[in-house]
Design a protein around this ligand. Structure first.
Ligand code: MEV
Length: 334
């Protein structure tokens, strides 16, 4: 996938953008290996404000990430110790400048409506919001696909692994059927999605769990290939059921997807407890969402209060999250 040349003209002085977090509905892990997934954007967003400065430096304030004023000279981007919280932004900026050199520097401020512990994709949301803000600030008019390519390159540079589904979700928004790396991005038109979200209280390390699945795949290639093709089949049936707003079928496919994830050994006792509690409280179905090991589980159901309360009694924290939110957007410019 080649990166398209970026043609920039100086345009704005200050721009604020925001991008949504995400929840993976179907296809977790299999999506890394070229199988499809279905992801929905959520109404919790990360906001990024960028402003030009004369000095050739990057100045970043990200109080939600524990950074008050991080400064780096443009010539030193990507060098020396980079705090984890800054790595996506610094890498993205460096990649952007390679394609669209600028004279001065930049002041960046980020604000997040959610904690990075939830597994809502804070890194991809902040990267996408920043890329869109740069595009607006310098008048580059990047297409969605160009923003994807830039952000995906940044994420792979920092993390080494990932399907990019979270970046696509932050860009296109709503609910999409996705094949890596944005080979297929197909909107799934929905009336609403009665999604319930429970936080396990445990922060999962996605890269470690993705590597554990890669090891299992090396040891037992046929076993894992069979699970991935089962997940693909479930994801394709789920697309049809979602389009028909057939929540009962979507729920039972979530249960089937969870069985596959348990076979891959990526679930956990805590996640299983919350999933079983949600099902017993009347959910059509439930599964983990994302890498597993911790983060969040999701359930589909109309009895929100009962399901929320069951998740709480099982030791989880039910989250007030609405699915099917808008993708990256410009909130303000001057
Ligand atoms: C992690 O949120 C989802 C995985 O499928 C990894 C990825 O797609 O990048 C496990």
């Amino acid at each position: 996938m080649g990166i398209l040349p970026i043609n920039c003209k100086v345009f704005m002085n200050k721009v604020t953008t925001s991008a949504p977090g995400k929840l993976l509905l179907f296809g977790d892990h299999a999506v890394v290996y070229g199988h499809p997934c279905i992801v929905t954007s959520i109404d919790q967003r990360i906001q990024v404000t960028v402003e030009k400065q004369k000095e050739r430096k990057l100045t970043l304030s990200a109080p939600d990430l524990g950074l008050v004023e991080y400064t780096k000279h443009i010539d030193e981007l990507g060098q020396k110790n980079i705090p984890k919280a800054v790595s996506f932004i610094e890498t993205l900026y460096s990649l952007f400048l390679q394609r669209c050199p600028q004279e001065g520097g930049i002041v960046i401020e980020t604000k997040s409506a959610f904690s990075s512990s939830f597994g809502f994709g804070s890194s991809s949301a902040v990267t996408v919001a920043f890329a869109q803000a740069l595009s607006e600030l310098y008048g580059c008019q990047l297409s969605k696909l160009e923003v994807f390519q830039l952000c995906y390159q940044a994420v792979i540079t920092v993390q080494g692994v990932g399907s990019g589904f979270d970046i696509a979700s932050a860009i296109w928004g709503k609910t999409i059927y996705y094949v890596t790396p944005a080979k297929v991005v197909e909107p799934i038109v929905l009336p609403e999605l009665p999604l319930i979200v429970g936080y396990s209280g445990i922060k999962a390390d996605t890269a470690t769990i993705v590597r554990a699945v890669a090891e299992l795949r090396m040891k037992k290639p046929e076993f894992v290939a069979e699970i991935f093709s089962e997940i693909e089949n479930i994801t394709n049936r789920a697309r049809t059921a979602l389009l028909a707003a057939d929540w009962q079928t979507v729920g039972s496919l979530m249960n089937e997807n969870q069985v596959c994830l348990e076979k891959l050994d990526v679930s956990s006792k805590k996640l299983n407890d919350l999933i079983v509690a949600a099902r017993n409280a009347g959910a059509y179905g439930a599964k983990l969402s994302g890498a597993g090991g911790g983060d969040c589980m999701i359930a589909l159901g109309e009895k929100k209060e009962q399901i929320d309360s069951a998740i709480g009694k099982a030791g989880g924290e039910s989250m007030n999250v609405r699915a099917h939110a808008d993708g990256v957007r410009v909130d303000f410019k001057e």
